[in-house]
Design a protein around this ligand. Structure first.
Ligand SMILES: *Cc1c(COP(=O)(O)O)cnc(C)c1O
Length: 426
């Protein structure tokens, strides 16, 4: 499509956008009595207006029924988590029995590592991306130490090449082959949080398996953003938080995936708790653990229903819209944002900033990371003061995520004008 950097053109794209009305289903922070331009749905998604009812329902049931709410409320609390299996399975490309929700992301990854990082003999190394999200780095370091290894030996990072901003897919595959029998686990973020680069999970998973390793993914920036086919790709395990693209609210429950091929494997370690125990017999208070078959066999505790309720509102909205439509709009609006950035760059002197996210649509989701060469923090602050919410990552990067559910093409045009003013005003 031939884009144009003007308001009429942006409005015409909005008029053709079949998801346009979803913008009205979210609460926006206000700036000068107008909605802000919100680019940080990759960090904390906006609140859907439908969320309040889901939370109120639980609060009311608790007030009116107290303990009876566990079994007799409209959405009983004791198996509230099972309501996620169907909608979430569609979002991550899984069978309903392969997904669950509990705890928070890093906690779930630790629990999944209990099952899926079982180093033995020379096979103890973990391959990950360079500069993984810090929580993932701490996770890996503490896990290998827990098993008695030295992180500097057991954790192998795939480096970016000198002077390059993203990781070359062929370098990941080469490293997997090189490590061969020493490789216990490949564990990478499906979408890099800093650059927005999307990894080819299907190919990397197959390569990891060929080397005899387990393959797991952190999908914090992938769930609700990119197409996932975890079941077909034969991914062993994965987890994601729900408060980024999935709009569940600060710190709310995390989703996780365990492939069907592992469901009946009794040799896997797991840290058990009563909510992973045989559903029919859960309240008989028996001494011996008998895991529920499926991902829900990894459940541990009684459910945090007030944290699950907002996630359910959102998961149902996502399942209704469907990833296909979201991805179609995501590709168009991200391309339009990229176009606007290039236009502004041409209108000024062309040295102020650079997009470091891959320009190939198949290697990115809905985030563009922009490296600021001229003004850094001042420009970021100018944007914030003018109603554009982005985030800042050291040393000089702002991340822009035009989330398809609630950003408009007009927002992209307006952003470009504000950005230009910010650069010219310095
Ligand atoms: C956001 C994010 C996290 C956050 O983990 P929590 O346990 O939810 O705090 C972890 N890993 C990655 C890759 C992330 O992007």
């Amino acid at each position: 499509m031939n884009f144009q950097n003007n308001l009429e053109f942006a409005k015409s794209l909005d008029a053709q956008d079949e998801l346009q009305h979803y913008k009205n289903e979210f609460h926006f922070p206000q700036h000068n009595n107008k909605n802000v331009i919100y680019f940080t749905g990759n960090s904390l998604g906006l609140q859907p207006k439908s969320t309040k009812k889901y939370v109120d329902d639980v609060m009311n049931d608790w007030a009116n029924m107290a303990v009876e709410g566990h079994f007799y409320s409209e959405k009983p609390w004791w198996d509230y988590h099972e309501r996620f299996c169907e909608p979430l399975s569609k979002i991550v490309g899984a069978k309903p029995s392969e997904v669950g929700v509990m705890n928070t992301l890093t906690v779930n990854l630790h629990l999944l590592f209990v099952s899926f990082y079982q180093p033995k003999g020379i096979r103890y190394k973990i391959l990950c991306e360079e500069k993984a999200f810090p929580s993932d780095q701490y996770l890996l370091q503490s896990q290998v130490k827990f098993h008695g290894y030295d992180p500097s030996d057991a954790i192998v990072e795939i480096k970016r090449r000198e002077g390059e901003l993203t990781t070359r897919p062929e370098d990941i595959l080469a490293k997997i082959e090189e490590l061969g029998d020493e490789l216990a686990l490949v564990f990478i973020g499906g979408v890099n949080y800093y650059t927005g680069q999307v990894f080819d999970m299907k190919t990397i998973t197959a390569a990891g398996h060929k080397a005899g390793a387990i393959v797991g993914w952190d999908l914090a920036h992938a769930a609700g953003n990119i197409e996932l086919n975890l079941h077909d790709w034969q991914v062993d395990f994965a987890a994601w938080c729900s408060y980024k693209y999935m709009n569940s609210g600060p710190g709310n429950a995390s989703g996780y995936f365990v492939h069907e091929k592992h469901h009946t494997n009794k040799d896997l370690n797991r840290f058990a708790g009563w909510y992973g125990h045989n559903k029919e017999r859960r309240f008989l208070m028996e001494p011996n653990f008998d895991a529920v078959e499926g991902a829900n066999g990894w459940q541990v505790s009684n459910l945090p229903v007030l944290s699950l309720a907002p996630y359910l509102a959102s998961a149902e909205m996502f399942a209704k819209v469907g990833m296909e439509k979201l991805i179609k709009k995501r590709n168009l609006i991200t391309a339009y944002l990229e176009f606007i950035l290039h236009e502004i760059d041409k209108e000024i002197d062309g040295t102020e900033f650079e997009v470091i996210t891959p320009s190939n649509q198949n290697e990115r989701g809905c985030q563009l990371s922009v490296y600021l060469h001229g003004q850094g923090k001042e420009l970021f602050t100018y944007l914030m003061q003018n109603g554009v919410i982005t985030d800042w990552r050291e040393p000089n990067v702002i991340r822009l995520a035009p989330v398809p559910l609630y950003t408009s093409f007009e927002d992209m045009y307006n952003f470009g004008q504000i950005l230009k003013q910010g650069i010219l005003n310095k």
